[in-house]
Design a protein around this ligand. Structure first.
Ligand SMILES: Cc1ncc(COP(=O)(O)O)c(C=O)c1O
Length: 418
């Protein structure tokens, strides 16, 4: 009798991913050092070696975020796990939150805040633009929210929202200031303490050179005080010495930052089973960035981003948006008239093994997004992408001067001493 649950023999072969150069808006090709760190064997959750690794990871991420915040730790999950953890822990049903939306990920902040039961107020900019501090302050004064939540770099539009002045505005108006810097950290300036952020969350899969699956966050004392008021300890581990907060219990168990702080803190109160392999990877991402130096990494992203953008422009392609306002690590480029955008992406992938990005929402079908980030913010990766794209576009009938893209990029590298 045949086994109705038997699987095809082909499925019993191990998965072997094809070699790819990931030059889209993220994820990007992982730094081999991170892969190596992630292949290490597990240790037990309360092994002193594990505790040490967690403490070191907190210290390393303080360097990445540029903060003295004690509560700088990892949320297990992709970047949106960090967003959910911050918002569900800061917001109680009915609390007001202001979200300035300038791309897809602003909409994501609104959606998550709505699910927290918050009263969500949005202000909008056309995709490709960012907000001035005055526009945000005017909205804060009118709405008087508990939290301002704003994306720093929105990969959907490639734009970088200036945050420098927002912390002071929030502090003056008694508002908690949160930013999602997933796409921008490590490749663009980010100053948690100097810019007076109360909460920040990121992911590994952009300029930090890692895979997605861990979301580093950092919390100011003000944010921690708000969360501690809602402290709750699970019945199975609570003792007579534990004191619960007087506020409403946080609506998620997995993303309860009070419990997660108790787990990363000295008491090591049991919460989830640590995603140890991701912890190893996240620790290595931070180590690599700090070993290079944050300022050096930002400058590296600037140079390779500029070589890519100017190389594309020299190929008779039009760049999307105000280039002075975009992130260093990703550029939008209009699909030329008469060229089938998806056919070009397929040829790049299938003929050259290079992935470039499509786009969402109002930009869907209009632009490609090309990243130069993390491990792929490198000269050889940029030049290979430009050469391949030139060949694919030539075959698609796009008119351009031969070698203009790669020559322009090489000239930039010569000027920059790379
Ligand atoms: C700015 C920003 N926020 C959030 C996310 C969501 O991240 P994840 O897919 O890791 O949950 C992304 C992913 O591209 C992003 O670019």
């Amino acid at each position: 009798m045949s086994d109705q649950y038997s699987v095809s023999p082909a499925l019993l072969r191990p998965f072997s991913p094809p070699p790819r150069l990931l030059m889209g808006p993220g994820p990007i090709t992982v730094d081999p050092r991170v892969l190596r760190a992630m292949s290490a064997q597990l240790v037990g959750q309360y092994d002193p070696a594990m505790t040490q690794c967690m403490n070191e990871t907190m210290a390393l991420y303080r360097g990445v975020f540029k903060t003295k915040n004690q509560w700088t730790l990892l949320i297990d999950g992709t970047s949106r796990a960090g967003i959910e953890a911050v918002l569900i822990s800061l917001l109680e049903p009915g609390d007001k939150i202001l979200v300035p939306v300038f791309g897809r990920f602003g909409h994501l902040l609104c959606e998550i805040a709505e699910r927290c039961g918050a009263e969500v107020h949005q202000i909008h900019k056309e995709w490709g633009e960012v907000f001035s501090p005055d526009e945000i302050e005017t909205a804060i004064k009118k709405i008087q929210p508990k939290v301002l939540a704003i994306v720093q770099g929105d990969t959907s539009t490639t734009m970088l929202q200036p945050l420098e002045q927002l912390g002071e505005i929030c502090a003056r108006n008694g508002v908690l200031f949160y930013s999602d810097a997933t796409a921008s950290i490590g490749g663009n300036p980010f100053e948690t303490d100097v810019w007076q952020l109360d909460a920040v969350s990121v992911g590994l899969q952009k300029c930090l050179c890692g895979p997605s699956g861990s979301a580093p966050i950092s919390l100011s004392e003000k944010a921690v005080a708000a969360i501690r008021k809602r402290r709750h300890i699970e019945a199975g581990i609570r003792t007579a010495n534990h004191v619960e907060g007087s506020g409403r219990r946080i609506a998620s168990n997995y993303f309860d930052l009070g419990m997660i702080m108790d787990y990363w803190g000295e008491e090591r109160l049991n919460h989830h089973t640590e995603a140890t392999t991701m912890l190893y990877g996240a620790r290595e991402c931070a180590r690599i960035l700090l070993e290079e130096g944050v300022e050096h990494a930002i400058e590296r992203h600037r140079v390779h981003g500029s070589a890519m953008a100017q190389g594309l422009a020299a190929m008779n392609l039009k760049l999307f948006g105000d280039q002075s306002k975009k992130m260093h690590n990703v550029v939008g480029v209009y699909i030329p008239d008469g060229v089938a955008g998806e056919a070009v992406r397929s040829s790049m992938l299938n003929d050259f093994g290079i992935e470039i990005g499509t786009s969402f929402g109002p930009l869907h079908g209009k632009i490609w997004r090309i990243g130069t980030m993390g491990y792929n913010a490198r000269k050889d990766a940029v030049l290979q992408t430009l050469i391949a794209l030139e060949a694919v576009l030539r075959r698609a009938g796009h008119s351009q001067t031969a070698n203009a893209g790669v020559d322009t990029a090489m000239n930039i590298y010569a000027q920059e001493g790379y």
